[in-house]
Design a protein around this ligand. Structure first.
Ligand code: BES
Ligand code: MN
Ligand code: ZN
Length: 497
């Protein structure tokens, strides 16, 4: 999907479609008013008849309007407010994209960046248009309607009314397109069936990403390497599966040679059956999405390589399946982690923290400036925050604050939960240094408490994306979250230097 920036009077533009805003389904915005003038009042007349349903994102098509060079006009309502909130603006953009998706339109001119949004500049709006449009138009690469090409939108021109906004708007397009690359990669990996998206598939995907740029480096640790290192927790999860585990290391070296890297860790369980503590059958297919943390950190690396960010970032992806088998880990088994700490595995379904803890310890060798892990870790997080926000916990207030803000600015939100020591006692075990489960209460927090014990040597934050990584039901599919949040966070870090 291509995006370009324009700065031209709208009335004379030629395109298959021009998209303009109206408010309250009655009053034309600036561009709509300009078209209306050229059309001798046709648009206002149509609006007066009341066919357009008020509400942000609602649309109305007009065809062959006399005096207007574009074949179609798409009116998009932006509600009644003088200034829109972030979420309302995104709703307006999604309204546009949904209408365009249903039409035989290959290219369109979008004039929605003129809508006033509270505390946001034109560049922010342009980036939102680029990201929300691609997100809405996404189709899974192997999905049933992938081949449908009828008038598929492949180019969106974005008009800005002020010539001074052209340069920042072009930069916003560049960033938005890189985010789209990462989001699309994460969605495609997430949506693949679990017999295709295996741990080795993720490894070859990382190698493919790395092949695109010599500043990208990939290394994949195999089971024997993990055994040599004594990654007892990661190996305990992988035991029940015929697929060998992999620990993927994908590094972007865009910064100074000796600059401390940021480390991203992504949970890569390519299928989570629960293991011996097996899950109920209903919706178990959705546990193919248990590698969405991994997909998002690989997507983030692809995006920042496209942006050529001047920082060093390492993505670490521990990946395996969690299956029951004669060789599988049993409830009651005690394992020794890479850190030397022992864990009594009381529930084999709490496997994410086991593969992550050894990876967090492994991360120490990079002497990281900070570590952020991303994981579909707990069902409890879906209960706590629903599908709107990722859970956010960490041992460093500044880092947590940066991630929260990055989520706010991109609309890929995260919300902090407390990581107080009070919760640590729920992890007590009679037979090891800790148990891998903390009981029913505060499940997201006790999972993070477990991870925190392996992240004491650096600033660390954890994103629990169980609620946001995919949608269920009719719209079942990966969301690509939190790639936008991660890229924004990394961009801000890149600007510090
Ligand atoms: N991958 C799941 C978490 C999950 C469940 C995400 C449902 C999204 C929807 C994770 O490995 C898991 O099974 N967690 C357990 C932990 C429990 C055994 C302490 C859970 O949340 O039930
Ligand atoms: Mn599980
Ligand atoms: Zn899991």
């Amino acid at each position: 999907m291509e995006f370009t920036v324009k700065n031209a009077p709208v009335a004379g533009q030629r395109s298959a479609c021009i998209v303009v805003a109206v408010s309250g389904a009655r009053r034309p915005g600036d561009s709509a008013a300009a078209l209306d003038k050229a059309a001798g009042g046709t648009i206002v007349n149509v609006l007066k008849r009341g066919d357009m349903k008020p509400g942000a994102g609602n649309t109305l098509w007009l065809y062959d309007v006399k005096g207007v060079a574009c074949e179609r006009i798409l009116l998009v309502d932006c509600g009644e407010d003088k200034e829109l909130a972030d979420t309302a603006f995104r709703k307006v953009v999604r309204g546009m994209a949904t209408a365009l998706r249903g039409a035989a339109v290959k290219d369109a001119l979008c004039c929605l960046a003129e809508i006033p949004v509270r505390d946001r500049d034109t560049a922010w709006k342009v980036r939102q248009i680029v990201e929300a449009t691609a997100d809405t138009l996404y189709r899974f690469e192997h999905g049933p309607d992938k081949k449908e090409t009828r008038g598929r939108l492949n180019r969106l021109h974005i008009n800005v009314n002020d010539a001074a906004d052209v340069r920042p708007a072009r930069e916003a397009v560049r960033v938005g397109k890189a985010v789209n690359t990462g989001v699309e990669l994460a969605k495609n990996l997430g949506n693949l069936p679990p017999n295709v998206c295996t741990p080795s598939h993720l490894a070859s995907e990382a190698r493919r990403i790395a092949a695109g740029d010599e500043r990208l480096r990939v290394k994949v640790l195999q089971e024997k390497d993990m055994a040599r290192l004594k990654m007892g927790a990661l190996l305990a999860v992988a035991r029940g599966s015929r697929q060998p585990p992999q620990l993927i290391e994908l590094a972007w070296n865009g910064g100074r040679r000796n600059a401390a890297p940021l480390v991203l860790v992504g949970k890569g369980i390519t299928f989570d059956s629960g293991g011996i503590s097996i899950k109920p059958a209903a919706a178990m297919d959705e546990m193919k999405y248990d590698m969405c943390g991994a997909a998002s950190v690989l997507g983030a690396i692809a995006a920042i390589a496209q942006l050529k960010l001047p920082i060093n970032v390492v993505a670490l992806v521990p990946t395996c399946e969690n299956l029951p088998d004669g060789n599988a880990t049993k409830p009651g088994d005690v394992v020794t982690t890479l850190s030397g700490k022992t864990v009594e595995i009381l529930n084999t379904d709490a496997e994410g923290r086991l593969i992550l803890c050894d990876t967090l310890t492994y991360g120490e060798r990079f002497k990281p400036a900070a570590v952020v892990d991303v994981a579909t870790l707990t069902g409890a997080c879906v209960i706590a925050l629903g599908k709107h926000a990722a859970g956010l916990l960490g041992n460093d207030a500044d880092l947590v604050g940066e991630l929260r803000q990055a989520g706010e600015d991109t609309g890929d939100r995260a919300w902090e939960l407390p990581l107080w020591d009070d919760y640590q006692e729920q992890l007590k075990s009679n037979f090891a240094d800790m148990s891998n489960v903390g009981g029913r209460e505060a499940g997201t927090i006790t999972a993070a408490c477990f991870l925190a014990r392996f992240a004491e040597k650096y600033p660390w934050a954890h994103l629990d994306i169980a609620g946001v990584a995919w949608r269920s039901g009719n719209a079942k599919g990966a969301t690509g979250r939190p790639v936008p949040l991660l890229v924004e966070f990394l961009m801000k870090r890149g600007k510090r230097h």
